[in-house]
Design a protein. Structure first.
Lengths: 460, 460, 460, 460
C-alpha cells in the first residue's frame, strides 16, 4: 500500500451551482432530504458503490468513503446563480420534477437559497428571458448601479469574471466554507468552435475577455475562470466547450484545480455507452444505430434553437465511435455508411413539450451476426432528466473536491464515467473514453490510488 | 510468464452434434462457408476477439489463436445424430434460417452429413415424432436388428450408452479424427429435478442406467456419458440438467474431460446479462423486470409443452439474481416482491409460429433513481435464434477441445460467457456467474493462463 | 321523425356499485369533482360525444343529452358494497390512482359512501381476504346476528339475493331515489361455464339458488338477480358470465329491465378492436397477433389465480376473430395456425406488482401485404386501468337508465361499444360485435332511435 | 336504383408509370405475377374488398368488380419513364424489395419494359444522377439530336410537354391501348409553393411553360399536363404539388379527365389516419403526437435534401389536424402547444441507409383520459414502403380509369382513402378528409353510385 496523501475533508464544502432549474433543485432537494434521512440518494456512486481493493484473497469491497476522505452530506452548503430570481423552493415547485411531499420537509432550507444574478448573454441562449442578470455600472448616469431605471447594460466578459469572483468570495465568507466547488447545471449555450488564436493560450483568452470578445468567450467561460481563480474546481454539466480548451487547462494548472466535463451522462448516452459494449464484447457486427430523443423541459426549449442544438449534437455523436471501432474490427464495424467504411450513426433531439422533464429516448440498433444476418434491437427509455442528473451532480462535486485535496489538477479523466463527452487532451491526440466499463475502471483505479491502494485494473 | 503446457492441435477435430436442426445446420454451414472464404463467422470470439496480454507498457492485444493453440476451421469434421433422417443440406433448407445462396456453395459437403439414429425417448420431447431412432435388438424375432418390420423397441439407457459409444468410435475411425467433441444442439427435454440418490454418485447413475430408470436418466445423459467415456468433451447447449449433476462430474474427472453447460446464451438472456450491469454499475435501483419471448421454431414447439418449458424457465430465472443482489445493495435491489425483499422478476416464453426461427424478446424494466423516482426501459430484440447460437457452438467446441488439451477437466467455468445458466458446483455452495463482463473476464483469464500469460484480471 | 317515447329523467338516480376499489372510487370521485366544475369527465361519450342526426343538408351534430333525456350528473347518488369496510375516501387514497389534490375537494362526500357488507364467497376470489361480508343469521346462538363472536357463516345464495334486495330497497328509500342502477366494478370471479340445466331456465336458476348450489351460482348472479328484481338495470363490468345466461335474460324480460356486459373495454382490447379494423379496411393480411399484458393492481392479483384468469382469457380472445374473418377473406385471414385455417392469436395476462394500476399492453402484430410480404407492428400501451374504466362506468349507468326509461329491456347490444366481450344471444346463433366502429354505429343508431330520429346507419 | 352510365372497360389499358424504381417495379411485377396465378395482390381494394349495396334486408356484399366495370389485370399493358436506363427486370433486382423467386417467373415480360427518357431537371432532385433524360435538339450543331456528343441540353418545360405527349401517343399506338393512365411513382421534387400568378389560371401556367419558368413549373407538371392533354387520368403518388393547383384543375375539366393525389398513404400516415379515430371515437384527449421515421431507399436519399423534405413534411403534418379538431372538442384537443390552443404534433423523417426499402415508423402518442390523467401509446411499424405502395398503385390506376369512363373529371375526392394528403379545392375553403373511415365511406359511396346503387352512407 502506498502512502495516502489526501488532505482530510474538514470544514464546510460550498457547492455553487450555475442554474437553479430542474436539475439543480432536484440535486439540492435530494441532498437536503437525504441528510435528514427522508430519502435515499439512489444513483450516487459515492453514496452506494462498493469497489474492490486488494487482489485475490486480500480483496475487500468498500464504499468510497471507506477508502478516501470524502466530504459528508452534512457538510455541504448550497448557493446558486440564475437568470430567474425565484428561490430554490419556488424553482423546485415550478420544475414539477419532484412531488410536493418530497420538497415540503426542506422548504425552509430551500427558500434560503436565492439565486445571485447570473452572468448572462442572451445571444447564447435566445429562448431564455430572465432578468436576474448582472449589469455593468453605468457611470455617466446619476441613478447608479445594478441596472435600476432601465440603465442596465451587459458587463464585459472581464467584468463578469470579476463580479463572479466577488460572488464566490462573499459566499465562502458568509457561509464559513473551507472549500468551494462550482458546478454548471444550466442550459446549453450556442456552439462555440475551438479557435486556436483565442482558446489555446491563457493569455489570449484573458485578452479576449478584456476586449469583450463576445463571439469567442461564452459566459460559461467567465464562471470557469472565476471558479479556478478562486481555488474552486469547476464542473461543466452541459455540452458547452467551456473547459475543453487548452487556455483553461493552463489556468487549472496554475491554480492547481481540477476541472471536469462535459455534459452529464443521463439518458440515451448512458444506455448507449453501456449497450454498445454488449455488442462489442460478443463480437457482433453493427450496420447502423439511430437514436431519437424527445424532451420537453427548459433544456429542450433551449435546444430547439439550432445553434444550441449543434453543441449538443457534437457532444452526443462521439460516443459510439470510440467503443465500436472500425479500424480494430473492420469486418464488424467497417460497414454501412456512404464511404463504406463504417456503420451509420444518427442522433436526433426533438423538443416536445408534453413531456416536461420526463424525456424519452428511442434507439434502433441494426446489428448483424453469423454470416452477416441482420437483427434489430430497439430500446425505449422513459427516463427523467433531473432524476438521472442529480446523483451525477453530487458525485462530481464530491469527487472534484476530493481530487483537489489529493493534489490532482487539470483534466480529471477518472470522472469520464459521469459525462457524455468526457474531457481529454486532444492537442496530444488523446482519445475520449466512452465505454462505460472502461470509464468505471478508471474511476475505481483513481479511488484506489487516492486511497493508497494499488490502481490494479487495466482499462480494456 | 509461466510455462505453456497445452498440447498442440494436431490432426482432425471431429465435432459430433446431437440434433441436426436449425442451430446445428446454421453452425455447420457457416463453418463450411467460412473456410471457403465465402462468409464471415461473425459473433465468434475465437475468430474475432482480441484480448490483452501483458500489462501497462507491455500490453499487447492478440487474437485467441495467437495466444493458445486452437484447432483450425479447416481441421474440423462434422457428424450428427437426429430423430429425423434428413441430411444436413435438407435440414438446412427446411430450417429456413439461411438463404439458399448461403447454402448451395457447400451443398455437397452438407449432403454427406447424414444423421446417425438418435438415442430417443419420446416422453422427453412429446412434440417430436421422428423415427430415425435407435432400436434395441429383438432377439426373439427372426427378422433381426434395428427394428425392421416394426419390431423396434426403445433400448435401455445402458444400451443407449453402448450404442452411442460405438457411434463415436466408428465416426472417429472413419474420419481419421485425432480428437472428438460432442455438442448437444437438440431440443429441451422435460425437466428432470436433481435427485441425490441417483445423480450424486457415478455408481448410482450407472446403476440407474443399467436398471433402465427412465424417470431419472434422460437420453441426453447417455450422450454425455458416452462422450466422456470415449475421451470427448461434452457440451450441453439446451437447458437440460444433463451435466449439472455430481455423478457426471465424477466421470469427467475420471476421464480427464471438460464439460460445459448449459443453454446457449442467445437472445433475451444475452441482453439481460449485459444490461443488468448497466443498472448495477450506475447504482440505479430496480423494482421489477418483466421478460416475454415469442418464438416459433421447433425449439418453441417443444417448449410449448409445460414439462419442457419448466426446464427452460428454471434456466432463465437465475440470471438477474446473481447480478443485482439484494443482500449487497438492499436499498437498490431489496424491493418489490411479495416478501418485500427483492425486485419482481418474471420470464415468459410463448410459442408463436408466425416467426419461425426469428424469435423476439420484449423486456420491460422498472428502475428507480434519485429519491426513488421510477423510470422505465423497454428493450425489444428482434433476433434470430440460430444466428446467435451458431458462433457459440463453434467457440464452445474449439475452447472445450483446447481445455482438454490443456489438461483442464470437469466443469469449465471460463465458458460461462457463452451460457444462459452456467455450470457451477452447487454442492460446494458455488454460485453461477451471470454478469456478462465478469464472465468475459473469466474467459480472458483462462485464455491468458493457457497461453502462458498471467491471468491478471480480477472478476468484479 | 318517429315519436319520442322515452320517460323523462326526473328525480334522483341511485348508482349502486359492487366493489369500492380503484375503478369505483375513480369513477365516483370524478363525477363528484366534475359536477363541482373541478375536473373534466374526459373519455365519457355521454358528456362529450356529438352525433349526427338527419342526413345530407339536414344533418346536425348534437350531444347525446340534446337528443335523449339523460340523467344529469347532479342527480346521481352513490352507494356501494365491498368486502373491505373502508369508505370511498379511504379506498380512493389506498388505490393511488388519483393524486391527493384530485380527491381532497370531495373528501366529505366520499367519506359518506361506506360499503355495505358484500355477498361474498371466497372460493370465487381466493386472493381477497376482506371480512366486510354478509353473514347468515345463526339462530341457535344467543348472541345474534351478523356474525358477531365468530358465529358468522356464509349465507345461502338465496339468502344473499334477499339481503341484497333489502339493501337496494333501503338505499333507494334513504336517498329518495327515483331510479337505481347496479354496476359490478368488482373483481373477476372464477370461471363458471354455462351449464344448460342450471343457467338456461329462470326456474332452474332459482332452484339452484335455493339449493345453495355454490358451483353453478356465482355471488355476482345474486347481485344481478337482486337488481333486476328490484327494477334496476344491471351492468357487468368484469368478465364474469353473470348475465350471459338465458335464465337472467328471462328475468330481465319479466321485470322489463336492461342488462349489459361484459368486461369494460379499457386497454389492450380497446386498441385491438380499433386497430384490427385498420388492417381489415385496407385488405392487408394477418399472420399472427401476440398480446401480452402486465398489470399490478388488485385486478391483477385476482387474475394471478388460474381459475380467475381463465374467465378473463375467454373474454379477451374473441375480439379479433369477429373482426378479421377467415371465411370472408380466406387469402388474408385464413393463414398461420396449426390447421392452416387462421392467423395465430395469443393473449397473455401477467400479474406484475411494480405497476399498480398502471397496466401496460404490448402487442405484436404480424401482417402481410402485396405478394405476401411480411411486416410487423408493435403497440405499447402504457395505460391506466381505472382512468379508462371510469368514463365507461358513467356511460353504462346513464345509458342503461335511459334504456330502462325507453322501455328497452334484456340484452342491450348498443352498449357493446363499452365492453370487451359484448353480450349477444348465442342460443340464437347471434354473434358478438367487436369492431369498434360497428359498435359505435350501433350506439349512434340507438341514441337516434330513442331520440325520435331515424337510426339511419348500416352496421358494416 | 339509378341508371348505370359507366362505359364498359373494353380493350387494353395502358399504365404509364413515371419512375421505374422500387415502387413501380414492385407494382408491375406483382400484377404480372398475379395474373399468372403465382402471387396474391394483397392490400388491393379492387381485388379484395367487398362492400355493401342495398340496405337492411336487401343488403348484399359485393366485390367492386361485381358492382362497376373495372379493367381486368389481364388487360393491363405497362410502360414507364426513368432517369436511369435499366429495364424493369434490372430495376426490380436492384431495388431488392422482392425475392428473386418472385421476379424470375416474369423476367421476360419485365425485360421488355424499358424506360423512355425522363423529363428531368436536376434542380428538382439533386441526389439523382441518371442520364436517361430528354434533351432539346441543338440545331446549331451538325451532329444533331438527342444530345449525342455532349450537345444535350435540358428542353424547355413546353418542349418537355410536347415530347411527353408524343411518348404517350406512341406507346398507345404501339401497344394497341384503348385507354391510358399516367401514374407518378417517382421521387419527391423540391417544394414548389403555390403561386397565384402562375398556378391559378391554365393560361398562366401554359405561358410559364412556354417561357421555361423553371422555378414555378416542376417537371412533374409537364407529365400531368401531357397526360391530361392526351386524355389520360393523372395520379400523383409523391407529395409534389403538381396537380394541387387550380390551373391543372381547369385542364382536367377541359379534357374531362380525373386527377388524383397526392402521396401514397403507406406507412406511418396510414397508421395515423386509422389510429387517431380510435382516440377521437372514444372521446379521449390528446396532448401530443411525435412521429419519427427512418427510411433508406432512394426515396429516403432524395428526402435527405432539405428542399425535398419540406415537400414531404407539409404533406404529412395535415393528417391529424383534420381528424382531432380543437374547435369541435376544445377540452380534448385544445391543449399543449405554444399558444395553448392545440396538442403538439411533430413529424420527423430521417434518411437511414441500413434499412433500404424497409422503412420504420415510431410514433409516441400522449393521450389523456378521465380527469386529465395522462397515458402513452407507442406504435412501432416495421413496414415495407413498396409493398404497401404497390396495391395503391393498382387501385388508383383502375379506379381513375373507372372514373374517366364514368364521366367523373377533376379532383377525385373518393380516392382520398389511398392518399396521404388528399386533394381538395382549397380555393373554395374545402377541407381534406384524412379520417380513414370517412375516406372509406367516400370510396364506398362512389363505387355504389357508379354501380347504380344508392350512395347511402353519411360521412361522419
Amino acid at each position: 500500500m502506498t502512502q495516502n496523501k489526501v488532505t482530510p475533508a474538514q470544514g464546510k464544502l460550498g457547492i455553487l451551482v450555475v442554474g437553479c432549474g430542474a436539475v439543480s433543485t432536484t440535486f439540492i432537494t435530494g441532498v437536503l432530504m437525504a441528510r435528514k434521512g427522508l430519502t435515499k440518494p439512489v444513483g450516487s456512486m459515492t453514496q452506494y458503490d462498493k469497489i474492490r481493493v486488494g487482489r485475490g484473497a486480500d480483496a475487500r469491497y468498500l464504499h468510497y468513503a471507506d477508502i478516501v476522505p470524502l466530504a459528508k452530506l452534512d457538510d455541504i452548503v448550497f448557493g446558486c446563480w440564475d437568470v430567474y430570481p425565484q428561490n430554490a423552493y419556488q424553482a423546485a415547485m415550478y420544475a414539477e420534477v419532484l412531488k410536493e411531499k418530497d420538497i415540503e420537509p426542506v422548504r425552509d432550507e430551500l427558500e434560503k437559497i436565492v439565486p445571485m444574478p447570473a452572468a448572462f448573454d442572451k445571444n447564447y441562449a435566445k429562448r431564455l428571458d430572465g432578468d436576474n442578470v448582472k449589469c455593468s455600472m453605468v457611470r455617466s448616469s446619476s441613478a447608479g448601479l445594478q441596472g435600476k431605471n432601465g440603465q442596465c447594460s451587459m458587463p464585459t466578459r472581464w467584468q463578469m469574471v470579476e463580479m463572479l469572483r466577488k460572488d464566490i468570495q462573499q459566499f465562502k465568507a458568509a457561509n464559513d466554507c473551507a472549500r468551494v466547488v462550482v458546478l454548471w447545471a444550466a442550459s446549453t449555450e450556442i456552439y462555440v468552435p475551438v479557435c486556436e488564436s483565442v482558446h489555446y493560450q491563457l493569455s489570449d483568452l484573458e485578452a479576449a475577455m478584456k476586449a469583450d470578445d463576445r463571439e469567442h468567450v461564452a459566459p460559461s467561460m467567465c464562471y470557469a475562470y472565476a471558479a479556478l481563480s478562486e481555488g474552486a474546481p469547476f464542473i461543466m454539466g452541459a455540452p458547452n466547450t467551456t473547459v475543453d480548451i487548452p487556455a483553461m487547462w493552463q489556468l487549472a494548472e496554475q491554480t492547481k484545480m481540477p476541472i471536469a466535463g462535459k455534459d452529464f451522462k443521463t439518458g440515451q448516452t448512458l444506455v448507449k455507452s453501456g449497450f454498445a459494449p454488449i455488442i462489442g464484447t460478443r463480437c457482433l457486427g453493427l450496420n447502423g444505430w439511430f437514436s431519437t430523443n424527445i424532451l420537453g423541459n427548459r433544456d429542450g426549449l433551449v435546444l430547439d434553437e439550432p445553434a444550441n442544438f449543434r453543441t449538443k449534437e457534437v457532444s452526443k455523436l462521439s460516443t459510439l465511435e470510440t467503443i465500436l471501432k472500425p479500424d480494430v474490427q473492420p469486418d464488424l464495424y467497417g460497414h454501412g455508411n456512404d464511404e463504406d467504411t463504417q456503420y451509420y450513426h444518427k442522433v436526433r433531439i426533438n423538443y416536445y413539450p408534453p413531456r416536461n422533464d420526463n424525456k424519452e429516448g428511442w434507439d434502433n440498433i441494426d446489428i448483424f451476426g453469423w454470416m452477416g444476418y441482420p437483427m434489430q434491437i430497439k430500446i425505449n427509455f422513459l427516463c427523467r432528466d433531473s432524476i438521472l442528473a442529480a446523483p451525477l451532480c453530487l458525485d462530481l462535486c464530491l469527487l472534484s473536491d476530493l481530487a483537489a485535496r489529493a493534489g490532482r489538477f487539470g483534466i480529471q479523466r477518472f470522472l469520464s464515467f459521469f459525462l457524455k463527452s468526457p474531457m481529454h487532451d486532444y492537442t496530444q491526440g488523446e482519445e475520449a473514453v466512452n465505454h462505460l466499463y472502461q470509464q468505471y475502471t478508471m474511476l475505481k483505479n483513481a479511488i484506489r490510488e487516492m486511497g493508497g491502494y494499488e490502481p490494479d485494473e487495466e482499462i480494456d
